[in-house]
Design a protein around this ligand. Structure first.
Ligand code: ADP
Ligand code: NI
Length: 216
């Protein structure tokens, strides 16, 4: 990245930090920070465009639809307004907007207009942050925020829900592992993503084993 691009990335970080003040802890600035840093690392290994990856990662969660009555257009709109203040070429703005429309797990059944390497990298990094120790912490944080039960042996998981069912699901947090977290490993695009996912997946399996054994 040149100096000019670094400055834009720094203002994006400041903008996002401000927008996410007070966000629930699974979706806060630190989630974005981790995804940003991990995306940059994968982008280096995959020789992708680090400027696009940095902007996409930083702006990927500024307005989670879950907290805007399911409205998925708020985030891209806010991102667009920000990007337009940065004197960027139309092409760069469109690449970044395409990325943030498609990173979400819920949109995995839809095909993006442009399935770029940069999109795949951010998707991998975002999904990796839902796995492993941090993924477990985020799931229980989100479950608590929604007042979900941690676990209920009488409610079986439903791993192949449609997007609409997934969005309105009120299942337990342990079920969320079967409905999302344990499916992520197979959805990795990049080599680095696959390697990191394997390790984080194993850790979640060990966690579940221990959880059930303590449950009784
Ligand atoms: P995406 O935006 O990629 O669809 P989500 O917003 O659904 O992802 O998930 C963000 C974080 O919140 C993840 O760590 C995810 O595991 C957690 N989360 C989402 N839904 C639930 C749920 N029903 N129970 C527990 N954690 C959840
Ligand atoms: Ni995210």
């Amino acid at each position: 990245m040149d100096k000019y691009q670094q400055q834009i990335v720094a203002s994006a970080a400041t903008f996002v930090k401000q927008e996410l003040k007070g966000a629930e802890s699974g979706h806060d600035w630190w989630h974005v920070f981790r995804v940003w840093k991990l995306s940059e690392r994968i982008a280096e290994e995959e020789k992708a465009d680090i400027f696009i990856v940095s902007l996409g990662a930083l702006l990927h969660d500024i307005a989670d639809a879950k907290f805007y009555d399911g409205d998925e257009t708020v985030g891209p709109k806010k991102a667009k307004i920000f990007l337009q203040t940065q004197n960027l070429p139309e092409e760069t703005i469109n690449k970044v907007l395409n990325i943030i429309r498609f990173v979400s797990f819920k949109n995995r059944h839809e095909k993006p207009d442009d399935n770029s390497l940069e999109l795949q990298i951010i998707q991998d990094a975002d999904r990796l942050d839902a796995m492993g120790a941090i993924g477990i912490a985020r799931a229980f944080s989100y479950g608590g925020f929604q007042k979900r039960e941690m676990y209920n042996p009488d409610i079986p998981p439903r791993p192949d829900m449609s997007k609409a069912e997934y969005k309105k699901s009120t299942s337990t947090t342990i079920n969320h592992f079967y409905e999302k977290l344990l499916l992520l490993k197979e959805m990795m695009h990049t080599k680095t993503g696959k390697r990191l996912a394997a390790k984080r997946h194993r850790f979640m399996e060990q966690f579940l084993e221990e959880f059930y054994s303590e449950w009784g």
